[in-house]
Design a protein around this ligand. Structure first.
Ligand SMILES: C=C(O[C@@H]1C=C(C(=O)O)C=C[C@H]1O)C(=O)O
Length: 436
């Protein structure tokens, strides 16, 4: 394939007040956490891949683009320079494309630094005007930020996997697990809705980021959500990941809520679910030969494996473990996420048996739900979370999915109930508001 020569320039800019103002209302691209974020607009190049080789095919095409590109990056922070945003399908059999998008503009804030990246196809445009380099005002280079329009709202209703179908699937999954065919499988269900054509999709991103600032709010090619689970982050060869499995809804009463968290921490069923997830992540990382894993003292002293810690989100408690390590010299974040996906937190144990059972019992293409979503850099760094607590918007149609890990002692009614708070972030983000 003939790849274009991309011309890329990143310059430092004053910190923008409202990053999302720079995104497109119809097809926003965003990656936000706390006060940091990358927001992008336009599409200079797109890579779509399918099937079992979707990660390696995407990586190969990305490398070709990178090799041909002329990059001038004055900033050199994670997310500056040539970057693509992407989302991968959960299953190799999915008819949904796995997509990398190279945008036209990226406006980013990383810590104290804010920057603008402009990307062009060299053959189509004159060289960057050197006089604009340095401290020229950004407004000279990108469309002015625009305020949010009519919010994107819709009620979400059960879709293909009805309540009855979900219970039946969980009951069957427990029966299969008890035969010894597998140890854990994650069963999900879907909710569907419809947006009006004029809706400003950035409202959903804004709401998720405001409500869940500790999670990673993503929006790529219509896939939008706020994920608490970091599948794999690579910055200068250093790998970090956050594994979640084991969930309880938050309790409105403060004392009862603390007890719920304690119960979760000591629940054998949830500890078992968690162990499968952390074991599968560690095994996948060690499978990448040199990834040295050390699961201690991450994130300001939080301890992790072998003992999980409690992660408290506005909607749920999770059992969590952080992992860190070092990537092999020649590997990239694509190799990492390919090795890790699907962890037992969204697939099951053993992986192949679980993937077959998911296809059989859910009977619906998960699309990009529970697949990796994030961004990659020219050097093979990047951040990819698991696409949870979100929805895929395609045209005006919205499909949200949520699920939970099933083990031998799982109860169908409890598993159905567990999906409710997992849907809450996205249901609330699409809900009508009294005032805005
Ligand atoms: C599958 C989902 O979440 C995953 C499953 C969890 C569980 O079973 O306890 C917890 C966190 C996630 O790893 C989802 O949110 O849809």
């Amino acid at each position: 394939m003939n790849v274009p020569v991309l011309r890329v320039r990143t310059r430092r800019i004053p910190t923008p007040e409202h990053l999302l103002g720079y995104a497109d209302a119809k097809s926003p691209i965003a990656w936000l956490r706390r006060d940091d974020g990358l927001v992008a607009r336009g599409e200079v190049w797109r890579i779509d891949t399918f099937g079992a080789d979707r990660f390696q095919d995407a990586q190969r095409q990305w490398r070709e683009l990178v090799a041909a590109a002329e990059v001038h990056d004055e900033v050199a922070v994670p997310g500056s320079g040539l970057v693509a945003f992407g989302a991968f399908a959960f299953a190799a059999s999915s008819s949904t494309p796995s997509t990398l998008i190279v945008p036209e503009y990226i406006v980013g804030t990383v810590g104290e630094v804010s920057f603008l990246t402009e990307i062009q196809v060299a053959a189509d445009s004159p060289a960057f005007d050197d006089e604009l380099a340095g401290d020229a005002p950004v407004t000279a280079a990108i469309p002015a930020p625009h305020p949010l329009g009519v919010p994107a709202t819709t009620a979400l209703h059960p879709g293909h996997v009805t309540e009855a179908a979900h219970r039946q699937a969980v009951t069957e999954a427990v029966a299969r697990i008890r035969t010894g065919a597998l140890a854990k499988v994650v069963i999900a269900r879907d909710l569907v809705g419809t947006l009006t054509a004029d809706a400003d999709r950035r409202s959903v991103v804004e709401r998720l980021h405001a409500d869940y600032p500790e999670t990673w709010t993503y929006c790529v090619d219509g896939l939008v959500g706020a994920s608490p689970e970091m599948l794999g982050r690579v910055i200068d060869g250093a790998v970090t990941a956050r594994v979640l499995a084991g969930t309880m809804p938050r309790h409105p009463n403060a004392d009862a809520d603390v007890r719920v968290g304690e119960d979760l921490l000591h629940s054998p069923k949830n500890r078992e679910e968690h162990k499968y997830a952390i074991d599968s992540a560690l095994a996948s990382m060690s499978g990448m030969r040199q990834v040295a894993t050390a699961a201690d003292d991450l994130d300001g002293g939080l301890t992790a494996s072998p003992e999980p810690f409690l992660l408290k989100l506005p909607n749920v408690w999770h059992l969590a473990s952080d992992i860190r390590g070092t990537l092999p010299e020649d590997a990239t974040v694509f190799d990492l996420i390919e090795a890790l996906h699907p962890t037992a937190a969204v697939g099951g144990t053993p992986r192949d048996a679980a993937m077959r059972l998911i296809a059989e019992l859910e009977g619906v293409d998960r699309g990009r739900y529970a697949g990796p979503v994030g961004w990659c850099s020219a050097t093979g760094d990047g951040e990819w979370v698991i696409a949870l607590r979100g929805a895929q918007i395609t045209g005006n149609r919205v499909v949200a999915m949520a699920g939970g890990g099933i083990v031998a002692s799982s109860d169908p009614a409890e598993e159905y109930a567990e999906t409710m708070p997992k849907f809450r972030p996205i249901v609330t983000a699409f809900a009508e508001r009294e005032s805005n």
